[in-house]
Structure formats: C-alpha cells, structure tokens
Design a protein around this ligand. Structure first.
Ligand code: PEP
Ligand code: MG
Length: 610
C-alpha cells in the first residue's frame, strides 16, 4: 500500500485521530436477525453443518501454512479445531435454530454470548486471566463460524488492548456505545451517513469518526497507520510523517477550539438582538445526561428510549425502565426531560421485539405503529415513564405519528397507564404533557389538526428528509441529495412552525440539522426558538446564535423560501453567515473564510469521492 492514500467519506463525528487500524469483521453485528419459517429449519441446520466443516478446513489450512515454529501456535489451532466442532456448542446453536427459529448467524452469536458468560469473572485474581482467555477463545471460534456463514474468512478479530481506530463495515449502536469502555480513539465505517445512528452515537461519545467510506475494508489492513479526520470527512491510510504532523496539529487546534467554546457554555443563549433560544440535548444512554449538562443544555429535548430494548432477548421490565428514566430525570432536574416512546424498527436494531423481516422496514411496523400493536409492552413503557415523572419535569413524546388516530390511541393508553400507576400506589406528576414528533410528511400537512391534540411538537428532520425526499437516511451515495436545505424541507418546517404558533403549541426541532451552524441560524429564521441536538454540538450552536441577529435570520429564511434548489439555499445562507461563522463551520480557529470554504463542509454535504 503506497503512503498517504486518502479515502473520502462523510464526517460522522468531528475531531482528528491518528493511530493504528483494527479491522473488525462485522460478523456479530451485520447479519440480519431473521426468524425462520418451519420449512427453512432443516436447511439452516445444514448451513450450520457446512460452516463448521469449512471452518475446520480453513483452520487446518492455516495450520499447514505455518512455518515449523512455536509449538504453542499449533496447539492453539488444534484447540480451536476441537472447539469449532464441540458438540455442546453445536447442540446449543442447533436448539436455537430449531426451537427458537433463529437464523444460523443469530443462533451462533447468541450461543457465543451465553457460553462466554459462563466464564464469569472469578474472584481469585490469578484465575481472571485464564478465564478471560477462555472467553476470548469461545468468541474467536464463534466469529470464525459467523465468518464462514457470511462467506468471509479473511478477518480475525483481536482483542482491544491498546488504543486503536476501529474499521468496520457497520457498527450497531450498542457496539459504538461499548467503545466507551474500550480504548478506541476513532472509527471508520463503510456504511452510514451523518444521520445514521452510528454517527449520532459517535458524536455523543465525542469519538472522531468518518462514515460512508466506500471500500475501507478492502484498502485498510489491521496495523496500518491511519488519520481519521472527522472534520474533513476523510481517512488517510499510511500517512507520511508530514501528514501525521499536520493532522495532529489540526486535531489539537480542534480540541483547543472545542474547549474554548465549552468554557463559554453557560453564557445566555440569545441572539445579538436579544431573542432567547433554548438549546437542549438528545441522549441515547442515561450516562449522557451529565454530558448534556456539562455542555450547557437547558434540558433533554429527546431521550431515545429505544436503546433500552436493543441487543437483548428479553423485554426490559417496568422497574428496570423506571430506574433508568429516573436517573436521567433526576440528573437534569429541574430542567425538563422529553422521553420519547420507543422508536424500534426501520434502521433501529432490536432484538427483544422479534420483528419479522420486512421488504421496506422504514415504511413498516415501526415506532408508534409497533407500540400500538403491542399494547402490553407499550403500557409497561408508559407506566415506567409516568413513575419517573414524580422526580422532575417529564414530557412524553410519540415518534412517527402519521395520523391523528394514532395520537388519540396513545392518549387513551396513557390514561390507562395512569390509572394503573395510581392503582399500584406509585406517585406521578399530576399532568404529563403528551407531544409528538413531526417526521412524516402527513403530519406536516395535518399539523394544524394535530396541534389541537398534541401538547407540543418536535420536528425530526432525519426522518422527515428521508420520507419527503424518498431517500434512505442510511444511504451513503445518496447522502448529498438528502439535504436539509432542500426548499421542500424548509417549506415544511415553516408550515409546522406557523400551525404551532397559531394554536400556541410549543415547537422544537431535534434532527441532526439543528447541530449544523448554518442550518441552525436558518431554523431560527423559520420560526424555531428551541433546538435539541447531541450535547457536544451545543456550545458551538450557542456561539453561532450569539453572533447573529434574529432580523438577519428571518431575512435569510424569507429569501431561502423563495429559492428553488438546495444548492441555491445553501449558497445564500453561506453567503449571509459563513463570514461570521467560518471558525464554527470548520471546527478550528485558523484559516480564512475563502480558504476554508474551498474545503468540503463536513457537517452536511461532504460528497463521497467515488
Ligand atoms: C429524527 O428523525 O430527526 C429524529 C430526531 O429521530 P431519530 O433520529 O431517532 O429517528
Ligand atoms: Mg426519527
């Protein structure tokens, strides 16, 4: 591999990391969790049998290629060979296929987890290393099987015991969250866009990331030195010393810049002409509530509770959910917390709901539709939220509402959940506002009608753009077309803020659009006074708002609404505001306006170069 090969992607999370690559096969995350029809079970067991045979054959081949060397190496491979065919493992996997009707990949991944858990940490210290080794062996063998099932035998997943940059085809939100505990300093994925959940999570964790890098896995090898530049949306493979030095400099400047913004986090969020704006945080994990306060959030504008249901087999109980919500509510009290009812389905992984595969998951049984189809699960969820309301200012928000009946049905179930909470003798706030996300075009069109029944709105542009422009939010190559500056999106936002103000319904916006400085000031002009975004973006957006006047924002919005393309809108907004916001747009204090604009803007519009 020549030095300094530059791969283009999309800046998923700002910052610059320099380090050694770890190519992670996506075996445990990227398979589809399929339930089998009865007629498919025998075929799946045969697939598993073949995978076992292939895994053994490949291990034998590796063993034969090894130079006559350390005896231990061969002994380890022999042990793996035995483990791959271990009847206990195979029997456990087969049971899952036959009894639980899980596809072979899913069954192997679960069996791996279960067996690894049997090696629970012992209290005696000297046993810990041995046990960790055995657990790793089980994971290695199961990864091997998964790779055979996927038809990919090239990669091996080592353990993370030194700082690395993780390269993967895709990472589930749970994997990304798991990185907080691992020494991961950056990551790169082949799949994804700025609004895909991997990127959202990386920003929340403040790990530099570049997503949507086509062919990353075929170019990068474990051990390659990489620069991950989340500001520019690019990855440099085996950079020269000068490139490394420059990247480190850029990273340090970004950090200094971000730190500088952070010190101003408690300044009031008002425009230069004195209009106050409220900035809240989007959170996925309870631990992020503290991060939100650290970044100067006025509260939590979106708590994505679906993360509680992800990557597990059993439903979370009412008490378990209550404790989590309570922790968040107490952490930010007296500031408000908007708990969004689970948005499972679509691009959101879930394993406690055993959802059937769908042709178009984004248009399928997702969010409120799923909730209403499982009233038992939904009532448990609502009761936990209601109980948490006794500890602070709680609001409940419903995702993906497409018609007023859905909201009415949720309100009816909420009434029932209240009675159940009261009957069980638990406390709750007397009134808990029930609001909804506006993220489906029909909700925009019906905003005036919905405003009579919803107590607040929050516009979800990630999905609104997907459904309005008919562009999959996770599609890397179409990402440049999914522009929040599209005039259709601006008109829709305007329509919603008008309907909301006519009916005196509070309206916020919580899509990733809010965390782009140029888009944020345009949103003020379109009538928004509350924005919710990942905590890390709050200081920067506050600074942007403090530098502009509402009069300028409104003028720009009026002019933008009269334009016909996203490009024309972005050009207009950049012309009006980039000179005063260029440092915020590029993430460092250096450079000049003209020079920086020549570089692609990472935040929204980086076009993958292939
Ligand atoms: C959105 O769709 O804009 C949103 C904030 O919700 P999510 O990203 O969780 O779908
Ligand atoms: Mg959404």
């Amino acid at each position: 591999m020549p030095t300094g090969v530059v791969l283009k992607g999309i800046g998923g999370s700002p910052g610059v990391a320099v380090g050694s690559a770890l190519v992670v096969g996506d075996t445990r995350t990227a398979y589809a969790r399929r339930h089998l029809a009865t007629t498919q079970i025998e075929g799946e067991i045969e697939r598993l049998r073949r995978a076992v045979e292939d895994a053994k054959r490949h291990l034998r081949e590796v063993s034969a290629r090894l130079p006559a060397g350390p005896v231990e190496t061969n002994a380890i491979l022999d042990a793996y060979l035995t483990m791959v065919g271990d009847p206990l493992l195979i029997e456990r996997v087969t049971r899952k296929i036959r009894d639980e009707r899980k596809c072979a990949e899913w069954a192997v991944a679960q069996a791996s987890e279960e067996i690894a858990k049997l090696f629970a940490p012992a209290d005696a210290n000297e046993r810990d290393a041995y046990i960790a080794e055995r657990r790793h062996d089980v994971e290695f063998v199961c990864d091997r099987l998964l790779r055979e099932l996927a038809g990919d035998v090239k990669q091996i997943v080592p353990r993370l015991d030194q700082p690395v940059i993780v390269i993967a085809r895709d990472l589930s939100p749970a994997d990304t969250a798991g990185m907080v505990r691992e020494p991961v300093i950056g990551f790169v994925t082949e799949i994804g866009t700025r609004t895909s959940h991997t990127a959202i999570m990386a920003r929340a964790l403040e790990i530099p990331a570049v997503v949507g890098v086509a062919d990353a896995l075929s170019v990068v090898r474990t051990g390659d030195t990489l620069v991950v530049d989340g500001l520019r949306g690019e990855v440099v493979v085996n950079p020269s010393d000068i490139m490394i030095e420059e990247a480190r400099g850029r990273g340090a400047r970004h950090l200094a810049f971000a730190r500088g913004l952070l010190t101003a986090r408690n300044q009031p969020c008002v425009t230069r002409d004195g209009e106050p704006v409220s900035l809240k945080a989007n959170v996925e994990l309870p631990a992020e509530a503290i991060l939100a306060l650290d970044h100067g959030a006025d509260g939590i504008g979106l708590y994505r509770t679906e993360f509680i249901y992800i990557d597990r087999r059993t439903m979370p109980t009412e008490d378990e959910q209550y404790e989590l919500y309570r922790a968040v509510v107490e952490a930010v009290a007296p500031r408000p917390v908007t708990l969004r009812t689970f948005d499972i389905g679509g691009d959101k992984f879930a394993s406690s709901f055993q959802l059937p595969a769908e042709m178009n998951p984004a248009l399928g049984l997702r969010a409120v539709r799923l909730a209403l189809s499982r009233p038992d699960v939904f009532l448990t969820h609502l009761r936990a939220m209601l109980r948490a309301s006794v500890h602070g200012d709680v609001r409940i928000m419903v995702p993906m509402v497409a018609s007023v009946q859905e909201l009415r049905e949720v309100r009816r179930l909420l009434g029932r959940a209240m009675n159940e909470v009261d009957a069980a003798g638990h406390g709750r706030a007397k009134h808990i506002p029930l609001g909804m996300m506006i993220e489906v075009p029909s909700a925009v069109v019906m905003a005036d009608v919905l405003a009579r029944e919803a107590e607040f709105f929050s516009i979800g542009t990630n999905d609104l753009i997907q459904y309005t422009l008919a562009i999959d939010r996770g599609n890397r190559s179409l990402a440049p077309l999914a522009s929040p500056f599209h005039p259709a999106i601006l008109r829709m936002i305007r329509q919603v803020t008008r309907a909301a103000s006519m009916h005196a319904v509070p309206v916020a916006l919580c899509g990733a659009m809010a965390s782009d400085p140029l888009a944020a000031v345009l949103l003020l002009g379109l009538g928004l006074r509350e924005l919710s975004m990942e905590a890390a973006a709050i200081p920067e957006i506050k600074e942007a708002i403090r530098r502009v006047t509402m009069a300028d924002c409104e003028r720009a919005a009026e002019a933008a609404l009269a334009l016909d393309t996203a490009e024309a809108v972005e050009e207009l907004v950049a012309g009006a505001f980039a000179p005063s916001l260029f440092d915020l747009l590029t993430g460092t204090e250096e450079g000049s306006y003209g020079e920086e604009l020549a570089a692609p803007r990472e935040s929204l519009q980086t076009i993958p170069d292939h």
